[in-house]
Design a protein around this ligand. Sequence first.
Ligand SMILES: CC(C)(COP(=O)(O)OP(=O)(O)OC[C@H]1O[C@@H](n2cnc3c(N)ncnc32)[C@H](O)[C@@H]1OP(=O)(O)O)[C@@H](O)C(=O)NCCC(=O)NCCS
Length: 147
Amino acid sequence: MSAAIQLICHRAGALRLRWWPGQLRQLRALLDDHSFWAQGRSPAQLRQMLAGSQAVVSAWRGGRLVGFGRATSDGVFRAVLWDVVVAGEEQGQGLGRQLVEALLASRNLAGVERVYLMTTNSTGFYKRLGFDVITNQKLMILDQSSG
Ligand SMILES: CC(C)(COP(=O)(O)OP(=O)(O)OC[C@H]1O[C@@H](n2cnc3c(N)ncnc32)[C@H](O)[C@@H]1OP(=O)(O)O)[C@@H](O)C(=O)NCCC(=O)NCCS
């Protein structure tokens, strides 16, 4: 029988200390395999990303990373969810919901006026969690990734 899933809500500020190199490698692999927007992030970039996030949750089955999500937040007005990913074989069993609910309940997100996210293919998932599609605003991006 496989181990139960353990959900970890990482404490902001202690994030650099809590991810060992092997765990970072697993995070990179999870993002490489199950996202199209977060591929090829280096361990140094991932550490910086974790340290700069006000809420981070991860899900482990035994020693294996099977889910991840994070958020940035000012703690009062605005927060944004990023990089919510569930490993392929674990999808469709409620883990994505648990990850998002844990982020929303975390100290830096609970009570924040508005929580935003961007999604290409998972609108239906986020609607099930209470998010609405907004059509009267435009998403604008300054892409600084090349050059
Ligand atoms: C999107 C993702 C995180 C969902 O995780 P999951 O564990 O499969 O989702 P859950 O099983 O928790 O689903 C929660 C609810 O959303 C529904 N749902 C899940 N994916 C859905 C979809 N694509 N369209 C419509 N509804 C969906 C489920 O049926 C479930 O509904 P219920 O509560 O009424 O039973 C996961 O499929 C994933 O990692 N996909 C690849 C990465 C990705 O696209 N992430 C989103 C980034 S913005």
